[in-house]
Structures are given as C-alpha cells and as structure tokens.
Design a protein around this ligand. Structure first.
Ligand code: HXC
Length: 270
C-alpha cells in the first residue's frame, strides 16, 4: 500500500510533470520515509529504482509505487548492502540498463537501535556507521558518473540528533554528523560539475520505524516538545524532497533542510 495518491498531484503544490523523464535511485527505498519520497517523485513524472537489502520487501515496494502513475517504470533491486560498493555498482548498472540513466540520488538506507555506550559493542557501532555513513559515500560513489553526466542532485537523509547530545544514540549521532559533513564537502567539490548535494534532517516523523525504535514506551506526549504542535509526516519529507530536486532549488546546495517542526531548538529529541 502507498501513503500518497493522485490527490498529491491534483491538490498539491506541484505541477504534474515536474520530473518527467527524470530517474531517481533510492537506497532504503522500501523504508517508510524513503518510500514516500519515491512515491512523490513518481507521481510527479519520475521513474525510479528502489534499492534494498530485503529482496521481497524491495520488489513489493517498487510494485506498489509503480501503480501510482500509468506508465511509470519503477524497479526494485534487492540483495544490495550499501556497505558493499560493488553491490551498488551492480544496482546502478541495472538501473541504467532498464531506466536509461540516473538524475537524482536519495541516500536513505540507515540502521539504528537504542544502546547505551557501555553495552554498545565496537561491532555494533561499526555496523551503524558503515550503513549510515559509509553506505551514503558508497551510494554517491557508485552513482557518480551518472550524476556528472546528467548534472544530477543528491539528497542524504540525515537526522537532528547530532545537534546536541542524545543518550543511547552515540553511534547514529556520529554517523549522521558524518553524513552532513560528507554532503557539505560534496556540495563544494561537485558544484563545479553541476551536481547539487543537500541533506534532509527529519525530526519525529509519525509512523516510522525510527519513531518506533527510538521512542521509549510511556514517554511524554511528543507534541509538547514540537513548536508546531504536531509530529511530522512522511508527506512533509516528500515535499522537501520535491523542492530540493526541483528547478526551484537550482541554486541550493550544501544545505540541511531540517523537517522537525522546530523541535531541535527546544534541545531534546526524546
Ligand atoms: C545493541 C545491537 C542491536 C541492539 C544489533 N546490535 N542490534 N546492539 N542493541 N538492538 C549489534 C549486534 O549485537 C552486533 O554486535 C552488531 O550490532 C551488528 O549486528 P548484526 O545483526 O550482525 O548487523 P546487521 O545484520 O548488519 O544489522 C545492522 C543493524 C540492524 C543496524 C544492527 O539493526 C539493521 O539492519 N537495521 C536495519 C533496519 C533499521 O535499523 N532501520 C531503522 C531505521 S530508522 P555484536 O558485538 O553483539 O556482535 C533510523 C532513524 C535514524 O535509522 C535517525 C534517528 C532520528
């Protein structure tokens, strides 16, 4: 099942053909946030490659998204571990063979769990940094020739928890701080090639695996810690994604678009 439907095009803020003839490559594309980012781009005319570790989940997500727009081409490529650049190189080749090119990249694959520092093993820290940070690097590395050829754009899915100290999240905070730094460096280094690089930092997004994993049972109502008085939605993230890939953001690179209702200014995530 998809989250968005045709009303996103009919009643939304975006023109229907905004991404006609564009191709997006999305790691973690079967996950809650990245799937809805992909749904929005496909509804607005793009074709997409959904990349994931789990073969069935990835292919099912791609099939769901493809139903959103007649003629949409959405392929699911499973068994890809972003820690292995060769896996990604294979996925890029398949995407170019089947969809013709890659214009946009969403580096969204992530791993997370709550663990206090004392019980966080070296292997566990490395697993998360390898998925979130090295995986983001590998994704852009594998897509680089396509991004260069098509003057493409990158969105990294980051977080806000490294803006301050969040307990039990040292591994993810360290990784996401690295993701922001990677994006900034690429914005500067790849800007002259016409490639833009930006981050989206979701806050507390309703219905996501991240929320389920990170919100302790019985914690205070989250809305009281969000200036805009509500949790975020996956559609909020999709809207920022559409903006950052659209021509309206042609002069925007090296930014972090924080989508958290202002929550991080209140100084605590959980
Ligand atoms: C403590 C844990 C753990 C847990 C795994 N480990 N889960 N430690 N608490 N809950 C430890 C293991 O014991 C092992 O260390 C090490 O991590 C590697 O575990 P593996 O299972 O071998 O690794 P792997 O199969 O590669 O799994 C990667 C993973 C896993 C990150 C650990 O959770 C995963 O694949 N998750 C993918 C899905 C996911 O996390 N989605 C959440 C996205 S939400 P030892 O030393 O014991 O061998 C999100 C939001 C981020 O990312 C932003 C927040 C705002």
């Amino acid at each position: 099942m998809t989250t968005l439907d045709h009303s996103y095009v009919e009643k939304g803020s975006w023109k229907p053909d905004l991404f006609k003839d564009k191709v997006v490559f999305v790691t973690g594309g079967a996950g809650t946030i990245c799937k809805v980012q992909t749904e929005a781009l496909v509804l607005l005319g793009a074709n997409a490659a959904v990349i994931g570790r789990n073969e069935k989940k990835t292919k099912d997500a791609a099939a769901d998204i493809a139903k959103l727009r007649p003629g949409a081409k959405v392929i699911g490529i499973g068994n890809v571990d972003v820690r292995e650049v060769q896996d990604l190189a294979g996925a890029v080749k398949q995407t170019v063979d089947e969809l013709g090119k890659i214009d946009f990249v969403i580096a969204g694959a992530a791993g997370n769990f709550l663990a206090d520092f004392n019980h966080l093993s070296t292997k566990a820290f490395k697993a998360v940094v390898s998925i979130d940070l090295l995986g983001s690097f590998n994704t852009v590395k594998a897509c680089f020739e396509q991004l260069k050829k098509n003057k493409g754009a990158i969105i990294f899915v980051s977080a806000t928890l490294h803006y301050y100290g969040v307990p039990f999240q040292s591994h993810v905070g360290a990784a996401k701080a690295g993701v922001d730094a990677l994006s900034n460096a690429l914005a500067v280094e790849l800007g002259p090639l016409g490639i833009r690089s930006n981050c989206i930092a979701p806050g507390m997004i309703d219905g996501t695996e991240g929320m389920a994993r990170l919100t302790p049972p019985g914690s205070d109502p989250l809305q009281t810690r969000v200036p805009l008085q509500r949790l975020g939605t996956t559609r909020d993230i999709a809207d920022s994604t559409v903006y950052l890939f659209s021509p309206a953001a042609d002069y925007v690179t090296g930014t972090v678009s924080v989508n958290d209702g202002g929550a991080w200014h209140m100084g605590n995530f959980t």
